[in-house]
Design a protein around this ligand. Structure first.
Ligand code: 8DG
Length: 151
């Protein structure tokens, strides 16, 4: 079963399935993930995450999804204000997140991962519905000294 919107924040689509995704930052870069399925989304890039389950907070869902999909532990930060329609009956909510441990690997739903610096954000073919959220995520990219970026 999948949780549907019940929170007091106004949603454009009451009753929609909530998909939570992470703007995962590390060393001044944002993680982009290339979907491997379903076929209509395969090859396009997104912010990793998945559907909110009953009884979970958005932050809990994000931690669970990034553990399952990428094999990493993350610390959620702020929710990026806004909610973006994905397809009929689905909305996207995004939290910033910081990598605590592990190296992201495309374990589920993805076949490639890429860390993008601010000037590289347009270098992948984002899902159209993710572009507004990615722009907001880019605005929040932590500044780091040039030699502080990790490979
Ligand atoms: N995770 C994620 N899903 C997105 C994004 N943009 C977008 O259109 N989607 C779509 C793809 C899927 O139809 C749906 C999320 O499903 P999912 O497959 O990632 O969720 P899940 O891990 O909970 O999936 P499952 O348990 O049903 O396999 O939202 C995005 O940025 N992140």
């Amino acid at each position: 079963m999948t949780e549907r919107t019940t929170d007091p924040a106004p949603t454009r689509e009451p009753g929609a399935v909530v998909v939570v995704a992470g703007a995962l930052y590390d060393g001044g870069r944002l993680l982009a993930a290339r979907r491997s399925a379903p076929v209509e989304l395969a090859g396009r890039w997104e912010l990793p995450g998945g559907k909110l389950e009953p009884g979970e907070t958005g932050e809990e869902a994000l931690v669970r999804e990034l553990r399952e999909e990428l094999g990493v532990e993350v610390e959620p930060g702020e929710r990026i204000p806004g909610e973006w329609p994905l397809k009929p009956g689905y909305v996207l909510r995004v939290w910033t997140a910081r990598l605590l441990s592990g190296t992201p690997r495309p374990l589920e739903d993805h076949d490639a991962l890429r860390w993008l610096a601010r000037h590289e954000l347009d270098s992948v073919d984002w899902l159209d519905q993710d572009r507004p959220a990615v722009a907001e995520a880019g605005l929040r990219l932590p500044e780091v000294p040039v030699d502080g970026a990790r490979d």
